[in-house]
Design a protein around this ligand. Structure first.
Ligand SMILES: [Zn+2]
Ligand SMILES: [Zn+2]
Ligand SMILES: [Zn+2]
Length: 235
């Protein structure tokens, strides 16, 4: 890694020197530190790490230096849903995609040749010549998954999850509210939208339902490994 970092840095130096940029040593210090970080970092992260290493640069100068690295093809700017803008290395000839945990924000990289080929094929089938793509898989990482109990209140289920109703913890009122809506134990539900506030929107039996958070605390569910398409199985 050290060698390829040295090569990237020399390559960068040549390009900025050719263009007659000022503060070349400072720009080199920033790329040096950036190349040493194998992570998807925000400008704030970089500012902090540079400071720890004794480089006290203005955030605006760091931002402009990163923009230059993006423009020259040494860095890539990424923004995953619900997260701040991040930067990562851009190594020539190498491509990878991302898994993003919607709970703790963890980002995991993956590269899959079959997936890459399939995307080209799909584009070509519609007469597209693919120039670039972004494959982002959102979900819960293995650590966050371990933290979840087998039974949880519906209110805790995440958008996009498929869950099965296991029991209704409330008294008669909750139970009759549930049966009014046609929800029974054993039913499969898709969480269409749970923002953590206000009503939760569910897909159940080919219908969308809106459930208040109070009731959703009383409905105990478990994660389902069934395909969520079975929520509306018309076959
Ligand atoms: Zn890809
Ligand atoms: Zn996580
Ligand atoms: Zn990455």
């Amino acid at each position: 890694m050290g060698n390829s970092n040295y090569f990237e840095k020399t390559n960068f130096r040549t390009l900025v020197e050719e263009n007659g940029h000022d503060k070349i040593q400072d720009r080199l210090n920033i790329i040096d530190v950036f190349l040493g970080i194998e992570n998807h970092i925000t400008l704030e992260d970089l500012y902090r790490i540079l400071k720890e290493k004794g480089y006290n640069y203005e955030p605006e100068f760091i931002r402009r230096s990163m923009k230059q690295m993006v423009d020259l093809g040494f860095a890539q700017k990424k923004q995953f849903e619900g997260q701040p803008i991040r930067y990562e290395h851009r190594h020539l000839g190498k491509h990878h995609d991302h898994l993003i945990c919607t709970k703790c924000g963890k980002i995991v990289e993956f590269a899959n040749d079959d997936m890459e080929r399939l995307q080209l094929e799909i584009a070509a089938q519609s007469g597209f010549h693919m120039l670039q793509h972004r494959m982002e898989i959102y979900g819960l990482c293995s650590d966050c998954l371990k933290e979840r109990t087998l039974l949880m209140p519906l209110a805790m289920a995440k958008t996009g999850e498929a869950v099965v109703v296991q029991e209704i913890a409330g008294g008669k009122t909750a139970r009759s509210r549930m049966s009014d809506m046609g929800l029974r134990t054993g039913d499969l539900i898709e969480i269409i939208n749970n923002t953590g506030q206000g009503r939760i929107i569910l897909g159940h039996d080919c219908t969308r339902l809106a459930i208040g958070r109070g009731i959703a605390q009383k409905i105990m569910v478990s994660l389902s490994d069934k395909d969520r398409e079975t929520v509306c199985d018309t076959s």
